[in-house]
Design a binder for this molecule. Structure first.
Ligand SMILES: Nc1ncnc2c1ncn2[C@@H]1O[C@H](COP(=O)(O)OP(=O)(O)OP(=O)(O)O)[C@@H](O)[C@H]1O
Ligand SMILES: [Mg+2]
Length: 332
């Protein structure tokens, strides 16, 4: 059975690939909803651009939370948009390969599949995001050699140990990049009485935060609003003052990896110690994270180029290898 489209519906970004075209969509997973009519005003990148820059009564809805659908109707709108932008109509009703977090419950998996069908997909198959990443990284999936993939996303962080065509063990927490953004925003609200948006907090994280020694004196000036009167203001923060917030976030993710590693069968753990841990997902770009994980586990860590795109690139490869990977898919 040949599939037409590969979709990685992430908490912060949605990516679509076709067999021959590569990644054809990479946009924010957000829908701008008119507060009065409840209709979708803009979707994806256009909705993201609209947020905060319009005087219209528009509400931003991110239909995925912690990697799973939290607002079903908006998720269907987003998926319908993705099928259209990716040229889904070329295929009539396209057959879709959809990635799913390991931590998703059966109900969440069914909701994801049903939403894609309602959006216009003729047939939907689900594939674990870590398996998709392993395919893209050409890890020895069909051999008795253990591999470890950590997918650090915006809404969740998952660790999977793979061997012999499947997942041997896994661990996940519903904690991701947006939680760190929110923690940074909360820190500024509590200590300075300044409200900043999640987008600004995300930019601070990417520009200022480092887990490596030194760099604590780096500063950045931010635009926000005073908590009491809502007046525009600016605030300066240093990397050093964010360290406790960032360390607590990282401690939980590193703990999840260590736990998964300690639960792996001894032979498989040996393979991982030898071949290393593979980091994917945008969260793995947190400056110094790969080094921190390497020190904590004493296992080599591989941070790949453009880590956030690896799951969807793996799904795309699955479109090509379809028949040989049939056992890995779950039909919904
Ligand atoms: N340079 C950076 N430093 C720290 N974090 C970053 C950096 N670049 C991107 N991120 C974070 O990566 C996350 C997005 O990663 P990704 O696209 O893999 O998530 P997603 O697939 O949308 O979410 P999920 O898989 O959890 O549903 C965001 O939280 C973003 O802030
Ligand atoms: Mg993801």
């Amino acid at each position: 059975m040949a599939y037409d489209l590969a979709i990685d519906l992430g908490t912060s970004r949605c990516r679509v690939a076709t067999r021959s075209g590569g990644i054809v969509v990479d946009q924010a997973s957000v829908v701008a909803i008119d507060g009065r009519t409840k209709s979708a005003v803009q979707i994806g990148a256009a909705a993201e651009a609209m947020i905060g820059s319009t005087t219209k009564p528009v509400r931003a809805v991110w239909p995925l939370v912690q990697g799973s659908i939290a607002d079903y109707d908006t998720a269907v709108r987003l998926l319908r948009f993705l099928l259209r932008v990716a040229g889904g109509s070329r295929f009539g009703r396209p057959k879709v390969l959809l990635s799913v977090p390991r931590t998703a419950t059966n109900i969440e998996r069914r909701a994801l599949g049903k939403a894609a069908s309602e959006a216009g997909a003729a047939r939907v198959r689900l594939l674990d995001q870590s398996v998709a990443a392993a395919v893209e990284l050409s890890l020895p999936l069909d051999q008795p050699t253990g591999s470890m993939v950590c997918d650090l996303g915006a809404g969740k962080s998952e660790v999977a140990v793979l061997s012999m065509g499947g997942i041997v063990s896994s661990r996940g927490i519903r904690l991701g990049g947006v939680d760190l953004d929110d923690a940074i925003a909360t820190y500024l609200r509590v200590t300075r009485g300044v409200v900043i948006s999640r987008v600004v907090a995300g930019a601070v994280k990417a520009q200022l935060v480092t887990l490596l020694p030194g760099g604590d004196d780096l500063t950045v000036e931010l635009a926000g609003r005073t908590i009491d009167q809502g007046l525009p203001t600016t605030v300066t923060i240093t990397a050093g003052e964010l360290r406790p917030t960032v360390d607590e976030f990282v401690r939980q993710i590193v703990g999840t990896v260590v736990q998964c590693l300690s639960e792996a069968p001894p032979e498989v753990a040996q393979d991982i110690i030898f071949h290393g841990i593979h980091l994917v997902g945008g969260g793995s770009l947190l400056h110094g994270f790969a080094h921190t994980l390497e020190v904590a586990t004493a296992v080599p860590v591989h941070l790949h180029e453009d880590p956030a795109a690896i799951p969807v690139s793996g799904l795309q490869r699955c479109l090509e290898l379809d028949a040989r990977l049939e056992d890995l898919f779950t039909e919904v």
